[in-house]
Design a protein around this ligand. Sequence first.
Ligand SMILES: Cc1cc2nc3c(=O)[nH]c(=O)nc-3n(C[C@H](O)[C@H](O)[C@H](O)COP(=O)(O)O)c2cc1C
Length: 170
Amino acid sequence: MSSKVLIAFATNYGSTREVAETIAATLRDRGLVVDILPFREIRALTGYSAIVMGAPLVRYSLHKDLHAFLSRNRQALVKLPIALFALGPVHDPYDAKEWQGSQEQLDKESSKFSWLTPITVKLFGGKFDPALLRFPLNKMAGSEPASDIRDWNAIRAWAESLLEKLPKSA
Ligand SMILES: Cc1cc2nc3c(=O)[nH]c(=O)nc-3n(C[C@H](O)[C@H](O)[C@H](O)COP(=O)(O)O)c2cc1C
């Protein structure tokens, strides 16, 4: 019997890592044993009772590391409870159209993996820093301002909600 939860994430610029770390800290505060790893460093899924997966939306898709992880681990993942979160919208102030577009991208992406049935899927606001972009993305970003609309209360609340949804052991 195991009650260890794996938090697995992809990131380009670090903001999804910080969200994953906050979710890990919230679950640990509530007594869960948690491992947190980038998708690329995960070698085996034995010993976990559930997985929380997170990735940013990047050019209308979920980060490629999440896609690769899902394809690589299908057999093990169908047996595990999964919670999925994504980061996407970055406009400040709140832009309903942007959120709707990101939500549609997330829905479309999740539906590509029809065998994947997460117990919950959540979209969070993300962070955008044009100073971190390299050519040609920095040119394409134009004069987009930096923003960070990650809602830490909503992130912690979602993590708390997982306590009810994820099994205590498997
Ligand atoms: C090059 C680039 C492309 C992006 N494409 C999308 C997108 O298609 N849809 C979306 O909702 N957000 C998009 N975003 C916003 C990111 O999801 C957001 O910045 C996220 O916080 C980045 O996560 P990371 O810091 O973990 O890499 C994009 C951001 C960048 C820099």
